[in-house]
Design a protein around this ligand. Sequence first.
Ligand code: UT7
Length: 328
Amino acid sequence: MVNVTGSRILGSGSALPERIVSNAELAAQIDTSDEWIVERTGIRQRYIAGESETTASLAIKAAQAALNDAGLTASDIGLIIVATATPDNTFPATATKVQNALGCNGGVAFDVAAVCSGFLYALTTADSLLTTGMAKRAMVIGAETFSRILDWEDRTTCVLFGDGAGAVVMEAADCVDPAHEGGPGILASRLHADGANHDLLYVDGGPSTTQTVGHLRMKGREVFRHAVVNLSSVLNEVIEDAGVSAQDIDWVVPHQANARILDATAKKLGIPPEKVVVTVDQHANTSAASVPLAFDVARRDGRIKPGDLVMFEAMGGGFTWGASLVRV
Ligand code: UT7
């Protein structure tokens, strides 16, 4: 029996832009096909933000849905972390916009930039800050408008990404034996980065270099290879840290980059594909938003239930990668 001071997830929410863009619509504009996109990635459609939709507006909608789900009001939230690589402005942090819109000004609010692993970095940071007593409750959001940094003439990248936001509300808690079904809580988390691989996935602009926003550039095949290796390794670390076995995991909620990466990673761990939440077909790759979006979808459709053991995992630009095991 292990009692740890830590944190737990109280609720979740998500938001998507109004406009859906199908593979066929893209194939009418660039040299690609529905067959190629589905076969290589599993993606069938993506949501693309309209003029009035921004990373902050999607984040605010997701946060409001998460507050409703948790049965809380904004005044309960003392810490907001937004994971994003596509902030509304270079500064201030998108989290401060979210804070002001929710109406819980005065607490802690900042952004985390770890691209597709951003939600894992934000969740782990919130868990640490809640554990130290910095706040009692936190809103952790992954929100992106990657459509704004895509080169729409580069078929090797523009078909892969979409826009959206997902959020979870967390609370500081004495977590009673979450590894053995005692109660909810974050059991274990691991984060990594390796700056040597910067050039495999990056944006070719920025305020301090080109004074432009830039476009996403990726060597997809090489990222794919690193993703499977790094994710398998970090998942094993977290499983070992938590003192559970892969068979104990009820659901894996992975970063939704490519259905083939999800399959390969689950296979390496010996986790059956039925236990992997897949939304890449609907949302494409929404970077930091993809894990909380997929988590919210699977909670709301009844797949993920209270008491389930859920593994979050992600890998992205940097490279950065990480995983967290949570009893919900
Ligand atoms: O979220 C951060 C993490 N990101 C990822 O995890 C992404 C990881 N990488 C991948 O998901 C895959 O590598 C991709 C989906 C990006 C690409 O799939 P692939 O099977 O690795 O294809 P490839 O890059 O090796 O390209 C194969 C062929 C090439 O043609 P040639 O050189 O064989 O003649 C490409 O030019 O497919 C061509 N191609 C396309 N064809 C039609 C590339 N993009 C397209 C496209 N439509 N959109």
